[in-house]
Design a protein around this ligand. Structure first.
Ligand SMILES: *Cc1c(COP(=O)(O)O)cnc(C)c1O
Length: 387
């Protein structure tokens, strides 16, 4: 049976896939079954931090896989402890919890915030403010946290206790904080799925002020923006704030499933044995992959992200059929005159992989994409936008 038919026959219909079968990749180049070459500007949705089959990452992961794979969290393993230390030292957060995905990282953030509120503010302070147009995951609770009405149908009853503020509108946050007994506010600094929309510095800092006044925690969802994607190790670092909880996943382990919830001073000891857990979480193989990625996300690499971003923006700004460019670092949204769908299909035809975010074309290239490939990709993408 051909792959498209087999997929349709045996796989639940949750994905509207592009009609392309990918079979191999190397860095920022991916090859289709038919040997067609693609320059990858999507990184598997911001997951393959250094592209496909990155040498150091493959080495780290295969050495670990051949030595010690899954153990469960009933035992200690070195990669897990080393990665946790590395994350805390690089962020100033105090402790971490490892899960397997972005949604789980947010679930843990929500549980930690509610438990903190119960212990520090008493019963009835469990409400969490999130932002309209946000995206926090696909579980029943993270769907509820997602501030988009179209995610709140069909699967009810949803987890109660979420209210939604307008992004970049401090009055809206203030009002909700006044009229609810809140545990926390949770936000993405750049709304990824919502259309690559960054929050303003004034807003992010203002939210932290309100949180301080109201004794609420600040949770930053860095599932997409984290791990160097925006040109800082974590995107909250652009704003000079200290969040109480940071969740991340996607790019953390460079292509393996690993989620992480980082806990700051106030919440570092809130989770105790039995209060939370994960069978796979902190798997040594995923952690070894993450150590390989994180240890190379140094200032030089992050500068490279900013330089590549500036190059992309300068190329696209010259394009008359580009209406706007939004985002930060190598997380960019392009509003084109043509519908995003057509641009994406045409770019794919020309050998460039890009994806969408709402009505925009979204770029999430590997953070180390060589400039020559980026230049070729821009030539082709601009053709796709202009033709
Ligand atoms: C992708 C994403 C999630 C969900 O991550 P999964 O690994 O798919 O569960 C949550 N929050 C943000 C901001 C994301 O971009």
């Amino acid at each position: 049976m051909a792959i498209f038919e087999k997929d349709k026959e045996y796989i639940a219909g949750t994905y509207a896939r592009f009609p392309v079968e990918l079979s191999e990749g190397n860095g920022s180049l991916i090859y289709g079954e038919d040997e067609k070459e693609y320059i990858d500007l999507a990184s598997g949705i911001a997951v393959n931090t250094f592209g496909m089959a990155d040498d150091e990452w493959v080495e780290a992961v295969t050495v670990q896989a051949s030595m010690l794979g899954h153990t469960s969290n009933l035992y200690y393993t070195k990669p897990c402890a080393d990665l946790a230390q590395m994350l805390c030292e690089r962020t100033g957060m105090k402790k971490v919890f490892f899960g397997n995905s972005g949604a789980e990282a947010n679930e843990c953030a929500i549980k930690a915030a509610r438990l903190w509120a119960l212990k520090n503010k008493g019963e009835g302070n469990s409400t969490i403010i999130t932002l309209k147009n946000s995206f926090h995951g696909r579980t029943i609770t993270t769907l509820a946290a997602t501030g988009q009405d179209n995610f709140h149908t069909d699967f009810g009853p949803f987890t109660p206790g979420f209210v939604y503020a307008e992004a970049n509108n401090l009055e809206s946050v203030k009002e909700l904080a006044e009229s609810n007994n809140c545990a926390a506010i949770m936000m993405e600094t750049v709304q990824g799925e919502g259309g690559v929309l960054p929050l303003t510095e004034e807003f992010v800092k203002g939210v932290c002020e309100i949180a301080k006044e109201k004794n609420m925690l600040v949770i930053i969802d860095e599932v997409q923006t984290g791990n160097g994607r925006t040109g800082k190790l974590y995107s909250y670092m652009h704003y000079g704030i200290t969040p109480d909880i940071v969740s991340t996943a996607k790019g953390l382990a460079g292509g393996l499933p690993l989620g992480c919830t980082m806990l700051g001073e106030k919440v570092k000891d809130i989770l105790t044995p039995g209060s939370h857990g994960s069978t796979f979480g902190g798997n040594p193989i995923c952690c070894a992959g993450a150590i390989s990625i994180l240890s190379r996300l140094d200032d030089e690499m992050l500068d490279g992200v900013t330089k590549r971003s500036e190059y992309i923006i300068s190329r696209l700004s010259e394009c008359k059929k580009v209406k706007s460019i939004s985002g930060k670092g190598l997380m960019l949204g392009i509003e084109c005159e043509k519908p995003a769908k057509e641009v994406i299909a045409s770019a794919m035809e020309k050998g460039v992989l890009v994806i969408s975010a709402k009505t925009k074309v979204r770029l999430l290239p590997p953070l180390n994409i060589p400039f020559e490939l980026l230049e070729m990709a821009m030539d082709k993408l601009i053709e796709a936008i202009e033709e």
